[in-house]
Design a protein around this ligand. Sequence first.
Ligand SMILES: Cc1cc2nc3c(=O)[nH]c(=O)nc-3n(C[C@H](O)[C@H](O)[C@H](O)COP(=O)(O)O)c2cc1C
Length: 248
Amino acid sequence: MAWSLKTNLSPLEIFLEYGPSLVSLSFGDVSRGAPLAHEAGVLTAMQVDNAAELERAMDDDIDIIITRGSEGGGHGRNQAGTLPLLQLATQQQLKPVVAAGGVGTASGVAAVLAAGAQAAWVGTRFLSATQSLGHENVKQVVRASGMDDTTYTRAFDIAQQLAWPAQFRGRALRYEFSASHEDLSSWDATEELREKMVTARAEAAVDIAPVYAGQAVEFVTAPQSAQEIIAELAGFRQVLAAASRRFR
Ligand SMILES: Cc1cc2nc3c(=O)[nH]c(=O)nc-3n(C[C@H](O)[C@H](O)[C@H](O)COP(=O)(O)O)c2cc1C
């Protein structure tokens, strides 16, 4: 969370002590975090949500670009779709590009690889994986939801009084709370509301607590292990072979 590193670098400093092979910086100004990670010899990735961030990612302290379209789950901007952002990034051909946002099937992986990405970065599709630490209530609603069921909202951050900057709302499932608090403003953030959210999260009451998920939630339909999901996504090879036969 690059915006939080602006005031406190210690989460990244502590992380670097573990000798990671990769650090991914997202959400905002990376000018403090990126040089620190890069100079420690760690591969440094930047998750970019728009053209301005993509331009920043061209600086020397970023090794890998993750283009993240607004279809994706969790926090981010709502400015660019996965494909336009990916096309802009791969035009430059200067650094490895990883594509994120809405990739949930073998065809999705094939599409971004065909567009020049080195890899796909997938989040939502793993939300109900057996290895995922999420509560079973969350996994159930994720499996039951489709691509029309997400919303892009700040309501959960306001209700929990989290310091997320306003330009980084989040894509989450639209349920009772997010649907009825679309216009929630910081002025409405009461202690009572915060406590209600804390309780809802502790109890995994998914009609109130946030369930962050992207449009690829459509493709989460059954309990699967991470290995099964990866094996399914690896079908991108067949998809690409079939496409190349079709257009020969
Ligand atoms: C529940 C959830 C939590 C996430 N948390 C983070 C996070 O802490 N940091 C981050 O950089 N990205 C986070 N992401 C975004 C992912 O890194 C990625 O951009 C996104 O999941 C890709 O799109 P997809 O969800 O359509 O696969 C999160 C995504 C989800 C669904």
